[in-house]
Design a binder for this molecule. Structure first.
Ligand SMILES: NC(=O)c1ccc[n+]([C@@H]2O[C@H](COP(=O)([O-])OP(=O)(O)OC[C@H]3O[C@@H](n4cnc5c(N)ncnc54)[C@H](OP(=O)(O)O)[C@@H]3O)[C@@H](O)[C@H]2O)c1
Length: 184
């Protein structure tokens, strides 16, 4: 259970030039083949233990359709949509109302760790409206030139504090930033 110490994280993997998908939504380029020998390896046990700490996920409605599979186990998952979509998983709940109301009145009181996992429109709205506490950006060793940006329609500056960084053997660099002031 959460309350005032709840934390809203935005996490996505993106190309070095800042795109989370190609213009057509495809993400096959996420499978890169670099090797950085000095980097860390991901131990499946620690990854699983870390994922256990996440309370719920929030995402846009086009996420699953592009073949990324389902990485969210049986955690409650809130899918944002204005449409009537078929509910294919019991853990999924659709949401069409105000995003700030969902985060502040529904999710923060119930979950300690709330993860927004894409895409660009949802991440942009979340930051623009001062709803996120931290941004986790996993940069993949590839440039794709054009696509859907990580933060669409941000409309303002968001000052960050670099809190953590890690380079992996796969060539991925994981950055964690804290949002310095959600209200500005
Ligand atoms: N690289 C990565 O880590 C990563 C992560 C996530 C997604 N992606 C890719 O990014 C692309 C876009 O993904 P996405 O659809 O998840 O995200 P998105 O572009 O952020 O969200 C788009 C859809 O979500 C719904 N939506 C957004 N904000 C809403 C709000 N405030 N209230 C109600 N509905 C809202 C709308 O759905 P309706 O049209 O149904 O109303 C909208 O069309 C996909 O191609 C996906 O594969 C990549």
């Amino acid at each position: 259970m959460a309350g005032t110490d709840s934390r809203v994280t935005i996490h996505m993997a993106a190309s070095l030039d800042g795109f989370v998908a190609r213009k057509d939504g495809s993400v096959e380029w996420l499978e890169t083949s670099d090797e950085f020998p000095a980097g860390d390896t991901m131990d499946p046990g620690s990854v699983a233990a870390f994922l256990e700490t996440i309370g719920c996920y929030v995402m846009g409605s086009r996420f699953e359709a592009k073949g990324l599979g389902w990485s969210y186990g049986d955690k409650p998952t809130f899918v944002l949509t204005h449409r009537e979509l078929p509910r294919t998983r019991s853990t999924v709940e659709f949401h069409a109302g105000d995003l700030a109301q969902l985060v502040n009145e529904r999710l923060r009181p119930s979950f300690h760790s709330i993860w927004f996992v894409g895409g660009g429109a949802v991440s942009g709205e979340c930051l623009r409206r001062g709803l996120a506490d931290e941004v986790r950006y996993s940069i993949l060793p590839i440039l794709i030139g054009d696509g859907i940006p990580f933060f669409e329609n941000l409309g303002r500056d968001v000052a960050l504090h670099l809190a953590e960084l890690k380079a992996y053997r796969s060539g991925m660099v994981a950055l964690r930033y804290e949002v310095r002031d959600r209200s500005t």
